[in-house]
Structure formats: structure tokens, C-alpha cells
Design a protein around this ligand. Structure first.
Ligand SMILES: [Zn+2]
Length: 152
């Protein structure tokens, strides 16, 4: 008998850097927020079939802090558009890339960085984290990839 694999999964999409510039309460940087759309899907064999929930989140493009916005607010932000920002590159540094295998139980030598592509400024946003946290940030920000630079 074949087992049917089904369940739910969530996808994230960056809808753009929209609205007014706002100072972030967490990191203090002033940018337009990234409007994130999270869609929950019912899937069969990991193929998303039916979206059953959409939520919106205004995210600081630097540190990722932010707040939920309702569907109507999200719609008006998208309709108003705004001056585009070339975007932000999220990358990680693996500080102890050359360490001996099995040296630590958990490797917390990763750092998360965000590069402002408009100014070229590189900002370290998290330190002493595990690779799992890097993957989580990738998911939450709807990124295909977070390059990891090995520090040797
Ligand atoms: Zn912030």
C-alpha cells in the first residue's frame, strides 16, 4: 500500500521595500520596510496545492524585526509602490571553518551579515549562531540562498 504524504508548509515572498522610511525599534536603522507575504499551503508529496492562509509582515531589511500588517494595509502598500531599493544581500561568515571536526558539540561560530546594495555598507546583525539559524533566516526572508563565507 502506498503512503500518501501530505501536510502543510509555508512559503515566504518579499513583495518589495514599500511605504515610508521608518526607524527600526530593534536595530535603530532607518529604511523602508520589506513587505513579506507568508502563504500557508496544503501540500501533497510536497507539491503546494491549495493556499489556505496569507499573512503579511513589515520587516526591517537589516535585522528582520517588524510587525504584522493586515491584508488591506498590505494591498495599499503594494498599490502605492514607491522608490525601489536595489535590495540587500544576506550572507553568513563561518568563523571557525577550519576547526577540527567534532571539536564542539554545536558550532556557534556563524555570523549573519546584511549588505546594503545601495551604499555597499556591510552590517553584522547576528553573531555566535549555529548554521540552523542561518537556514531559518533564509526561510523567513524568502531567500533562495544565503552564501556562507568560510573564514580561514
Ligand atoms: Zn532593524
Amino acid at each position: 500500500m502506498a503512503t500518501i504524504i501530505y501536510g502543510t508548509r509555508e512559503t515566504a515572498k518579499n513583495m518589495g521595500y514599500l511605504g515610508q522610511e521608518e526607524s527600526c525599534g530593534a536595530c535603530g536603522r532607518t529604511y523602508k520596510k520589506a513587505l513579506m507575504k507568508y502563504t500557508s499551503w496544503f501540500h501533497i508529496y510536497y507539491i503546494p496545492l491549495i493556499p489556505y492562509k496569507k499573512t503579511y509582515f513589515n520587516m526591517c531589511p537589516i535585522c528582520g524585526a517588524g510587525y504584522d500588517v493586515d491584508k488591506n494595509t498590505a494591498k495599499s502598500l503594494i498599490q502605492a509602490g514607491g522608490v525601489g531599493h536595489p535590495g540587500f544581500e544576506v550572507f553568513a561568515k563561518h568563523i571557525l571553518a577550519n576547526k577540527q571536526k567534532g571539536l564542539f558539540k554545536a558550532d556557534t561560530s556563524y555570523e549573519l551579515w546584511v549588505k546594503d546594495l545601495a551604499t555597499g555598507e556591510e552590517i553584522c546583525i547576528e553573531q555566535n549562531i549555529e548554521k540552523e539559524r542561518v537556514n531559518e533566516v533564509k526561510r523567513v526572508r524568502g531567500l533562495k540562498k544565503v552564501p556562507i563565507i568560510d573564514i580561514k
